[in-house]
Design a protein around this ligand. Structure first.
Ligand code: HEM
Ligand code: HEM
Length: 155
């Protein structure tokens, strides 16, 4: 993974986390004085707009990190940081799919199920990614560390 990929990964995920969390706080914990208001705070729609624009950028960056980092490390059987890496990895599909299916489904119960899936999977993904990066270089008690040749950088 190149420093640029690492930067874009962390930047897009940070934007998604902040906008998602602030949006949810405004939607569920704030109350507007206006009984006819569709948003509880004037910034609420803006938060969701930034979130929805940043989301495909994050998916694109994850694709690049997949090719240059995740697949080579996974296929080489690298043990270091594997648990947190796999934890984050398994959350990517539910996180991205539930975000979009929330907008696609019309059945209220399915929308609710996607919303809960999105909250849980995105929180676990962010937690996994943070711990993954904070671990020591040979985290998870690993003995095998990837040689530089296992990485294929696309940027
Ligand atoms: C089987 C799964 C994975 C394994 C075994 C793994 C392994 C590692 C290892 C050993 C490192 C330490 C630095 C290095 O050797 O390059 C690392 C760093 C990192 N990993 Fe993973 N990883 C996995 C999945 C993921 C996933 C799914 C993501 C995010 C989408 C990710 C993002 C990162 C980032 C951002 C760093 C920090 C890079 C740096 O500081 O230069 N990894 N990973
Ligand atoms: C690839 C990553 C992601 C994608 C594709 C994505 C996509 C989306 C989309 C399209 C929506 C709008 C749904 C609507 O119209 O109501 C949404 C809402 C939301 N997202 Fe994400 N998102 C991602 C990551 C995250 C992250 C990392 C977090 C926070 C840790 C997060 C938290 C939220 C929250 C709280 C909502 C509002 C849900 C609600 O209305 O209760 N998302 N996301």
């Amino acid at each position: 993974m190149t420093p640029l990929q690492k930067f874009f990964l962390n930047a897009t995920i940070a934007i998604l986390t902040v906008t998602g969390a602030v949006f949810a706080w405004m939607k569920y914990f704030m109350k507007s004085d206006d009984p006819f208001a569709v948003a509880n705070h004037p910034w609420q729609p803006g938060m969701l707009h930034v979130h929805v624009v940043a989301a495909p950028l994050a998916v694109f960056v994850i694709g690049a990190v997949w090719a240059g980092h995740v697949k080579p490390k996974h296929d080489a059987g690298v043990k270091a940081r594997r648990k947190t890496g796999l934890g984050a990895l398994w959350m990517i599909a539910p996180m991205a799919l539930s975000g979009y299916l929330m907008q696609v489904f019309t059945n209220e119960r399915l929308v609710e199920a996607m919303r809960i899936t999105h909250w849980v999977s995105s929180a676990l993904f962010v937690a996994g990614l943070v711990v993954h990066q904070l671990l020591r270089k040979n985290g998870n008690g690993a003995t095998k560390v990837a040689p530089a040749s296992e990485e294929r950088d696309v940027w």
